[in-house]
Design a protein around this ligand. Structure first.
Ligand SMILES: *Cc1c(COP(=O)(O)O)cnc(C)c1O
Length: 460
């Protein structure tokens, strides 16, 4: 990447290399490209190794061919459909592939768009529910102004839903979780619904624990409600992590458009879609669920093309990266990659369970994450925060954090396995994990005095 230009001065012989890299105002004169490249790259050296970051669902590896392709297409503006019609077609192809993967009924007209990530996708899906709710009420001659509309979701929601509700002035109605319900408590959910409910969100992969909401049963309850009410309830599925995992690994698990009341689904292309951040997707089962107010026309080959997005200009390279993966891996490619990742997760879970110290919350059975708490009777002097520190000394980032509201006395640790954590790296992790336990038991360790209520880096 770095050109060997003999006219350039040697980086570490340059005066520039003595100066601060992080500036608060612009320097007057430019510096040479080789110096700028090397010094900025050096500045990022101690950020931690992304491949050892087991705290995130976001992808940390793509093949060299697609990395090159993405670098070569960075200048393409995803919104400029008439300048880049092939790119627009590739985006549409991704939407079609996802609609098909999520089993949108063929007799309907599924629509969708790329986004920067699931957060933007959830904003759009939430707005569509809000506008549809309002239009429905207006048709029934009812006011929309006498009370704030609400959204029903389990308290294990990802922060983007809180943002959505704050930004668009909606009441967030949380169905609490408890030790018996580590996902949406279906028996209680309908108690939170009223005429002002714009929709219910089911989560396919709760960020904290990886648990799945039971969307099939939720759909049955909604069906009963809709038969007996004029107000028609809808379900949106937040499949940020599971939406591009489950269809490949457990295709018989019914959570998607096979369920009549699931009207929209989002996913993060940069999670199990295997693309670098940021790319997300949202798809509606039929155009009827995407209110016209949310659609804006942009010019496209002399005509116009509908778009729905909060952002305007951004690079299309992530979209092209997503399509590369679809095109190259195919269904079986994704399945094989995901199955191997799951196997690594299950092996790690088994080894951790075998220590006898931990209560397991997830052993990789739905999405490949491993989640555990210290057993109440484990009788160890250290906490999961101490263990996180020990692992960090070996470069592994494995966060510890309390569960959400009502369960927050439980501190858990979460390992997110991604495709690039192969079997060999998984074994290396287990060895480091066991070594860390040994050190905590034996060595002079500074223990945390008390359980800290800290969280770091688990929300993605
Ligand atoms: C990660 C995540 C999000 C946010 O996704 P981004 O793509 O990072 O914006 C939303 N919901 C759930 C359930 C998630 O796991």
């Amino acid at each position: 990447m770095l050109k060997n230009n003999h006219q350039d001065i040697p980086v570490f012989g340059s005066l520039m290399s003595d100066e601060e890299v992080i500036l608060s105002s612009l320097r007057k004169e430019p510096v040479s490209a080789n110096v700028a490249y090397q010094l900025l790259k050096d500045q990022l050296i101690d950020e931690g190794n992304a491949r050892q970051n087991l705290a995130t669902f976001c992808q940390t590896y793509m093949e060299p061919e697609v990395t090159q392709l993405m670098a070569e297409t960075m200048e393409k503006n995803a919104i400029d459909k008439s300048e880049y019609p092939q790119t627009a077609e590739i985006e549409q192809a991704c939407v079609n592939i996802l609609s098909d993967l999520w089993q949108a009924p063929k007799n309907l007209k599924a629509l969708g768009t790329s986004t920067v990530g699931s957060s933007e996708a959830c904003m759009l899906a939430g707005l569509a529910m809000k506008f549809n709710w309002r239009n429905q009420r207006e048709e029934r001659g009812l006011s929309c102004l006498d009370k704030k509309p609400n959204l029903v979701i389990s308290s294990g929601y990802q922060v983007c839903w809180e943002k959505f509700c704050v930004y668009w002035d909606i009441e967030l109605r949380e169905v609490p979780m408890d030790s018996k319900h580590l996902s949406l408590d279906i028996e209680k959910t309908m108690d939170y619904v009223d005429e002002y409910t714009i929709g219910i969100v089911g989560i396919l992969g709760i960020t904290y624990t990886g648990k799945f909401d039971n969307i099939e049963t939720l759909n049955e309850r909604v069906e009963v409600y809709n038969k007996t009410h004029e107000h028609q309830l809808v379900i949106h599925v937040d499949g940020a992590s599971g939406g591009m995992f489950t269809p490949f690994v457990n295709p018989d698990h019914v959570w998607d458009f096979r369920l009549k009341n699931v009207v929209s689904i989002n996913t993060s292309g940069h999670k199990y879609g295997l693309v670098y951040p940021g790319i997300g997707w949202v798809v509606w089962r039929d155009e009827a669920y995407l209110p016209k107010e949310l659609i804006f026309e942009v010019s496209y080959l002399g005509g116009s093309m509908p778009t729905m997005a909060i952002n305007f200009s951004r690079s299309a390279s992530q979209i092209i990266g997503q399509y590369y993966n679809f095109y190259r891996f195919g269904f079986n490619g994704y399945r094989d990659i995901h199955l191997r990742t799951q196997e690594v997760a299950m092996t790690i879970a088994k080894k951790i369970e075998e220590t006898g110290l931990f209560e397991m919350y997830n052993t990789g059975e739905n999405i490949p994450i491993v989640c555990y708490a210290l057993k109440k009777d484990s009788q160890v002097k250290w906490t999961l925060y101490d263990l996180a520190d020990r692992l960090q000394m070996r470069g592994w980032q494995v966060p510890a954090y309390p569960l959400p509201k009502d369960l927050d006395e439980v501190v858990i640790q979460r390992i997110v396995c991604r495709a690039d954590l192969g079997k060999n790296r998984g074994t290396a992790f287990i060895n480091d994990f066991n070594q860390s336990l040994k050190e905590l038991e034996e060595a002079h360790v500074l223990y945390h005095e008390q359980q800290e209520n800290t969280t770091h880096g688990f929300t993605h």
